[in-house]
Design a protein around this ligand. Structure first.
Ligand code: SF4
Length: 652
């Protein structure tokens, strides 16, 4: 194995200065508290070491009245610097000169009226610090979309986080260049970053694998990982030597090493030493340690080594590889291994036995699928979840169904809330059901689609109850007739139309108005959720007989009617169902009568003339006498005409 270390790796100028300054101050602290505002650098091992030497990490300055505060290489906003100064604390400023130069640029151009745009990560302390030098009014962009999305300004000043890649800076600054009349672009990526990234790229192109050493939250280290991945297939990001993936890296002939700006030399050295000291025994040990122990019946992960017409060979990280025969791949005998899998695929398998006689582990995908199917069914049963099942055929007492590729049974009584007459009609259908009994050991899977229907009906009922409003109109179907009314299904709930609410006129039985099965619209008259009672009305949505009558009739109209009541002062005549009029005794006949019964009897059909309509009191006055008089008058007129015609004939 050949190891190459990047020409520019590890501490940069700014970080080195910050760490050395801190170490020196700690050495000469004389028990004076020494603080850093935030972790001094993005390397947990170095921060730990400095912590042991007495460096305390602050997240805010408030509450500190004594000691020295180190500003780290990332720098801080102007306001924070001023605050430290105002507290009369001793300030040790290790802000990197490259970062300071950006602060000055931003401060100057902001005062000159330029809108500042910072290309970088808005959460990175360096970017937060830079923005603090233009009153936190800078625009921070980190992606092409963000750059495209910014507004147009007269004057723009563009700077970069010092650790950006050149490629990203150029891409975004090109977009931003069109966002203002006067655009100043400053490439503020520091020289150390440029050198490190270029050296990393150069090395990554040459080697089989790259090891990038540095803090996981270090921005510049992550950029090195990004660059390495672009040019090398195998990249490992580690913080310390113990994280080296020994088993993996021993496969490679050439390995490149680079490190972020916060990685001290001693960590790089440890990594290089560890790699140099790997000998064959250690490799074997590392490999042995990484091998898993398996047993018959285990479910393990693996990677496909190759696929043939009849089998699939799998590396399961065991001392011998596993083999899946074609018939153990699927329940479908026609399926070919190559239809399902490719070399390099990750795969989960069931261990059938540890040795097939030729040293290979026998594996199965088909059996794993069955196990998983049972597990899923168990989960559905426990969670009372709905499942889809396909009806295979009707059997004695119910249906044989397939659910999750497992056979189950649905008793006839559990098929539907309605009576099921013909079980064979369900063959081939897919039903939504729930498991009502489950026992994997006894292979017992009992389903019910009826419970799903019941739940749905219950849901609909609840919804209906919540929507019911007195006075609202609703569609329904007549379910059942009784002597006292009609029961109507209004979508899962039954309501009653009392016989008196079926029609405006008196009826003897509901069947005079509706029949079972009729689809009708009804009005909600009243309901009581607790008593489960809904009163409906049909007549309420029909025009009232009185309204209909006065719309079509007027005073002077002659019509027929039936005598329905006879009193001393007159008789009531029914003109239409629900509309009666009074013929006063004086209006019954031209002749003088003492009692209406002298001329009338109940049920008698009579001709009447409407002589008055009192809409307010809903009263109609009728006259039989006027009809009589009109008839006589007409007769006389007809006689006069006869006479006149005869006269004319005689004159001739
Ligand atoms: S990466 Fe560059 S800007 Fe940042 S501290 Fe190091 S030298 Fe300074």
């Amino acid at each position: 194995m050949n190891i190459y270390i990047s020409k520019h790796a590890g501490y940069c100028f700014g970080v080195k200065n910050a760490v050395e300054t801190a170490s020196e101050i700690l050495e000469n602290s004389n028990d004076m508290p020494i603080y850093s505002l935030g972790p001094l650098i993005h390397n947990p091992q170095v921060v730990d070491k400095l912590g042991k030497d007495g460096l305390k990490v602050l997240s805010k300055i408030q509450g500190i009245d004594k000691g020295k505060i180190i500003i780290r290489a990332h720098g801080v906003p102007k306001s924070v610097q001023k605050e430290i100064e105002s507290l009369k604390l001793s300030l040790i400023d290790t802000t990197c000169p490259f970062v300071k130069a950006v602060h000055e640029k931003v401060n100057k151009y902001n005062e000159m009226g330029y809108k500042i745009v910072i290309i970088g990560d808005k959460n990175h302390p360096e970017v937060i610090g830079i923005n603090g030098w233009c009153n936190n009014e800078g625009i921070i962009v980190n992606t092409e979309e963000e750059a495209i999305g910014i507004e147009y300004y007269n004057k723009l000043c563009i700077v970069s986080q010092t650790t950006n890649t050149l490629e990203k800076f150029e891409k975004l600054s090109n977009i931003l260049a069109s966002k203002g009349d006067e655009v100043k672009v400053f490439n503020t990526i520091c020289n150390a970053t440029n050198l490190r990234q270029n050296a990393c790229e150069e090395l990554a192109k040459k080697v089989d694998a790259m090891v990038v050493i540095g803090g996981y939250n270090s921005s510049n280290t992550n950029k090195l990982v990004e660059i390495s991945k672009k040019h090398c297939k195998n990249v490992y990001h580690i913080e310390i030597s113990e994280e080296l993936p020994l088993q993996d890296i021993t496969k490679f002939n050439t390995i490149g090493i680079t490190a972020g700006a916060s990685t001290p030399d001693w960590i790089i050295k440890e990594v290089v030493d560890t790699m140099n000291n790997i000998n064959d025994n250690e490799i074997m040990e590392a490999i042995e340690n990484s091998l898993i122990d398996i047993n018959k019946g285990d479910i393990v992960q693996g990677k496909i080594i190759y696929v043939t017409e009849n089998e699939v060979m799998v590396n399961i990280n065991y001392k011998s590889d596993g083999i899946i025969d074609r018939e153990e791949l699927s329940n479908d005998p026609d399926v070919r291994p190559k239809d399902l899998f490719n070399e390099g695929d990750d795969i989960e398998v069931y261990v059938v036995s540890l040795d097939d006689g030729e040293g290979n582990v026998v594996l199965s995908v088909r059996r794993l699928k069955i196990i998983k199917n049972w597990e899923e069914l168990k989960k559905s049963y426990e969670k009372k979840e709905k499942v889809e099942c396909k009806v295979l055929t009707d059997v004695k007492g119910g249906l044989s169904v397939l659910v999750n590729d497992i056979k189950g049974f649905m008793p006839a009584s559990q098929i539907s809330v309605k009576y099921v007459d013909d079980l064979s009609a369900y063959k081939g259908k897919t039903l939504t059901a729930k498991l009502i009994d489950f026992d994997k050991d006894r292979k017992r899977v009992i389903l019910s689609s009826k419970v799903v229907e019941q739940e749905e009906l219950e849901r609909q009922r609840e919804e209906l109850w919540s929507k019911l409003e007195v006075g609202s109109l609703i569609d329904g179907q007549v379910e059942r007739l009784t002597n006292f009314g009609a029961f109507v299904d209004i979508g899962g709930l039954d309501g009653l139309i009392h016989i008196s609410d079926l029609s405006w006129h008196r009826i003897g039985h509901p069947s005079e108005v509706v029949n079972e099965g009729d689809k009708i619209q009804v009005q909600v008259l009243d309901f009581n959720r607790e008593k489960n009672r809904i009163s409906l009305g049909l007549k309420q949505i029909l025009p009232k007989p009185w309204d209909l009558f006065i719309e079509n009739r007027k005073i002077g109209d002659v019509t027929s009617g039936k005598v329905v009541n006879i009193l001393d002062f007159g008789a009531f005549v029914r003109l239409e169902e629900g509309v009666d009029g009074l013929v006063h005794i004086s209006q019954i006949s031209k002749e003088h009568i003492k009692k209406p019964s002298e001329k009338l009897e109940i049920g008698q059909e009579v001709m009447v003339k409407i002589i008055d309509i009192n809409e307010e009191e809903k009263r109609i006055s009728l006259s039989m006498r006027e009809v009589e008089e009109d008839v006589e008058e007409e007769k006389i007129e007809n006689q006069d005409i006869d006479v006149l015609i005869e006269d004319i004939i005689e004159d001739k």
